[in-house]
Design a protein around this ligand. Structure first.
Ligand SMILES: [Zn+2]
Length: 345
C-alpha cells in the first residue's frame, strides 16, 4: 500500500509516521498540502480528545471518530490539486486551493465528515489530503498559499461578528487575543466597528491586536477591559466577545457587561462552568454562542485576505515541517513567542 508522511495522533500522543496514501473517490479531490495552521482546537483535542468526542456525540448524535484509531489533524490549510476522483468536478490539477475542512459524501449527518477530525480523512498535518471537489475554492490574485491557509481561522472571527449582530454605531470589547480573538478584532475592524477594545495578558498578543485593528488594548491585570471601554466610549451599546475559553470567563463578562449588552461566546471552554443568572436577568443581557462559519463567510474571508483588506502575515510566527509538529504543539504554550505556526509538509 502506498504511504505518505504525517503527524499522527495515536493513543493520545502526537508522532510522525507513515500512513496510507489517500486515493480519491467519487466527488473527491486529491490535494498536496502546501501550508496548514496549527489551531488551538488541535491542542485541546490532543489533551481532551475523548471529552470532545463524547460532547460532540451528545450534541449532534453522530460519533465523529474513534480515538482508538489514527487521526491526522489539521483543518486550516491551502493545497495544490493533484487529481480529481471519478465524476469529480473541480479546479484542475495544479490549481492552488483552500476549502472548508468538510468532506461531503451525501446529505445526511453521517455523510458529512470533518477533515482533520476523522479516522478516514487526514487533515493538513500530512503530505496529501482528500477534499470534497465541489467545496474547493481557487486561491485568487496569486495570494501566497501560506496566507491563504489563514482563511479558516479568520473566518471564525468573521462568523462570530455576524452572529453577534453588531452593527455600526455599536462598540466592541474583545476578551482574549489568541488567534480567535485576533480574528474577531480583524473582522470587527473590517466591519467598521469603533472603538474596538481588546484585552490580553500578553504584550505580544496586545501588539498583534493593535495591528489587526484594535483601537485600545489593555492588560486586564492593570485595567479591566470594561473600564478601558468606559474610558474611550462608555455610552453606546457594547458587544463583549469572550475569546478566552476558560471557566469563569462567561460569568466575568456578565458581571462586567452594562445593561442590555450582548455577549458573544466564541472561546471554546472544555470544562463545566457556572454562571449567576441574576446578573443576566437584572441587566437583561443577551448571550449568544458561535462555532465555525458559513460557506459564504469562508469565501468572503479568502477574498478579503487576497484583496489585502486583512493582512494576516503578522499572525504567522513560525513555520515547521512535519517532524516539527510535536515540538510546535509544545511551543504554542507560550503566547509571547508564538501565535500561528504553519506546518509545511
Ligand atoms: Zn481551528
Amino acid at each position: 500500500m502506498p504511504l505518505m508522511r504525517a503527524a499522527v495522533m495515536r493513543k493520545g500522543q502526537l508522532i510522525v509516521d507513515d500512513v496510507p496514501d489517500p486515493v480519491p473517490g467519487p466527488g473527491q479531490a486529491l490535494v498536496r498540502t502546501l501550508a496548514c495552521g496549527i489551531c488551538g482546537s488541535d491542542l485541546h483535542f490532543l489533551k481532551y480528545g475523548q471529552r470532545m468526542v463524547d460532547l460532540s456525540k451528545e450534541t449532534t448524535g453522530v460519533a465523529m471518530l474513534d480515538l482508538g484509531r489514527d487521526v491526522v489533524m489539521g483543518h486550516e490549510f491551502s493545497a495544490e490539486v493533484l487529481e480529481l476522483g471519478p465524476d469529480a468536478a473541480g479546479p484542475k490539477p495544479g490549481t492552488v486551493v483552500t476549502s472548508m475542512p468538510v468532506m461531503l459524501n451525501g446529505f445526511s449527518m453521517e455523510d458529512i465528515r470533518a477533515v482533520g477530525y476523522s479516522n478516514e480523512y487526514p487533515g493538513g498535518y500530512s503530505e496529501r489530503m482528500l477534499l470534497s471537489a465541489p467545496m474547493l475554492l481557487e486561491v485568487p490574485n496569486g495570494l501566497d498559499p501560506r496566507l491563504a491557509a489563514l482563511t479558516e481561522p479568520m473566518a471564525v472571527g468573521a462568523h462570530a461578528v455576524v452572529k453577534s449582530g453588531i452593527t455600526p454605531g455599536e462598540t466592541a470589547v474583545v476578551l482574549g487575543c489568541g488567534p480567535v480573538g485576533l480574528a474577531v478584532v480583524a473582522a470587527l475592524s473590517l466591519a467598521g466597528i469603533e472603538p474596538i477594545v481588546a484585552a490580553d495578558f500578553s504584550p505580544a498578543r496586545r501588539q498583534l491586536a493593535t495591528t489587526m485593528g484594535a483601537h485600545e488594548v489593555v492588560d486586564p491585570r492593570e485595567e479591566p477591559a470594561i473600564e478601558a471601554w468606559r474610558r474611550v466610549d462608555g455610552v453606546r451599546n457594547v458587544v463583549l466577545f469572550e475569546a478566552v475559553g476558560v471557566p469563569g470567563m462567561i460569568q466575568a463578562a456578565m458581571k462586567d457587561a452594562p445593561r442590555w449588552a450582548r455577549i458573544l461566546v466564541v472561546g471554546v471552554c472544555m470544562e463545566d462552568d457556572s454562571i449567576v443568572p441574576m446578573y443576566g436577568i437584572n441587566k437583561e443581557l443577551e448571550i449568544r454562542f458561535a462555532l465555525g462559519y458559513m460557506p459564504n463567510e469562508f469565501a468572503d474571508t479568502l477574498n478579503a485576505i487576497a484583496e489585502g483588506k486583512v493582512d494576516v502575515a503578522p499572525l504567522i510566527t513560525s513555520e515547521v515541517d512535519l517532524d516539527g509538529v510535536p515540538g510546535a504543539f509544545d511551543a504554542l504554550a507560550d503566547p509571547e513567542e508564538q501565535c500561528k505556526i504553519l506546518v509545511r509538509p
